[in-house]
Design a protein around this ligand. Structure first.
Ligand code: HEC
Length: 278
């Protein structure tokens, strides 16, 4: 009976050691998010809790060498996690994740891990993390920004500054107080060149009077044109718009029947719609 107990204890401690062997990243060894994200049951502090070295994590998303706060969908960036610590730690570790949406889904793709970094898949997400105690305090990995429409991306990260004693004792740990967020930029030239967010015309087909409803960003003058199918200007006039939504009308009774394009421009950008004259 006593022997059995000892065996059981031994088996348990062996299991615990196996489970806690964390010189490699916690996603790989423990199957856990330790970044301090909403998916994190407990960050690195749960074990590395002595508070030594007072580390502070820094996470930057770099476009070439410039840190950015926005991303262009599909573009490649570099994510750099730096562990700033006092004293003289023997080594460093980290874990990071990029999440989007209310479901905290994987945002974009991590690739090309730098020195001492691995990318561990876990629950459909990717976790860049250390693959051994690293002697440098900087970790780098490439990140391909997600597709158009993903919206805000949140980066979470936690770090450890370790004393090199092959255990979690005597180490310091911290995670980002709040995630580093990137907002999506709309890079489509078609959308960037659109003058008005909202621009509708009615009736269509039109008889004598064409109405157009516009959401104008400010008070300004614009050039209005009606072009025929050959691109010739059939009608042209300057219009003044005030800020906000408004409706204007245009007398088109003199126009020959056919298909036209109505175009409003400020000289740089343009909004246009097709209209049929009866
Ligand atoms: C469940 C407990 C636990 C958690 C949580 C944990 N670790 Fe560890 N960690 C350990 C143990 C135990 C060791 C020692 C085992 C070994 O060296 O193989 C260790 C070792 C390390 C080492 C090497 C330390 C040294 O002095 O050699 C680093 C670096 C490290 N962990 C980083 C992290 C980071 C970064 C996190 C959070 C993202 C983390 N750990 C979360 C238990 C944990």
């Amino acid at each position: 009976m006593k022997l059995k107990l000892i065996y059981t204890l031994f088996a348990f401690s062996a299991l615990a050691l196996l489970f806690l062997n964390n010189s490699s990243g916690p996603a790989e060894v423990q199957g856990q998010d330790r970044t301090g994200s909403p998916l994190s049951i407990a960050p690195c502090q749960a074990c590395h809790s002595s508070g030594a070295f007072s580390p502070t994590p820094q996470l930057q998303i770099l476009d070439d060498t410039t840190a950015v706060t926005t991303y262009e969908p599909g573009k490649l960036y570099k994510v750099r996690v730096t562990v700033n610590a006092s004293g003289d730690p023997a080594g460093y570790g980290f874990q990071a994740v990029a999440l989007s949406g209310t479901g905290n889904v994987q945002a974009g793709d991590f690739m090309n891990p730098g020195a001492d970094v691995q990318i561990t898949p876990l629950n459909g997400r990717e976790y860049p993390e250390h693959n051994k105690r690293s002697s440098t305090n900087t970790f780098e990995v490439d990140w391909e920004a997600p597709a158009t429409g993903t919206g805000e991306v949140r980066f979470y990260a936690a770090v450890v500054a370790a004393n090199g004693m092959s255990g979690s004792g005597g180490d310091g740990s911290a995670f980002l107080n709040s995630p580093v967020t990137l907002t999506e930029v709309v890079s489509s030239t078609a959308e960037a060149n659109e003058l008005f967010e909202a621009f509708t015309i009615y009736p269509n087909p039109v008889g004598n009077e064409l109405n157009f409803r516009i959401q104008s960003p400010g008070q300004s003058e614009y050039q209005l044109r009606l072009l025929d199918l050959q691109g010739r200007t059939s009608l042209s006039r300057r219009i003044a718009l005030s800020a906000g939504e408004q409706v204007q009308s245009l007398d088109v009774s003199q126009l020959p029947a056919g298909v036209y394009t109505i175009q409003i421009t400020d000289g740089k950008r343009v909004s246009s719609r097709k209209v049929v004259k009866r």
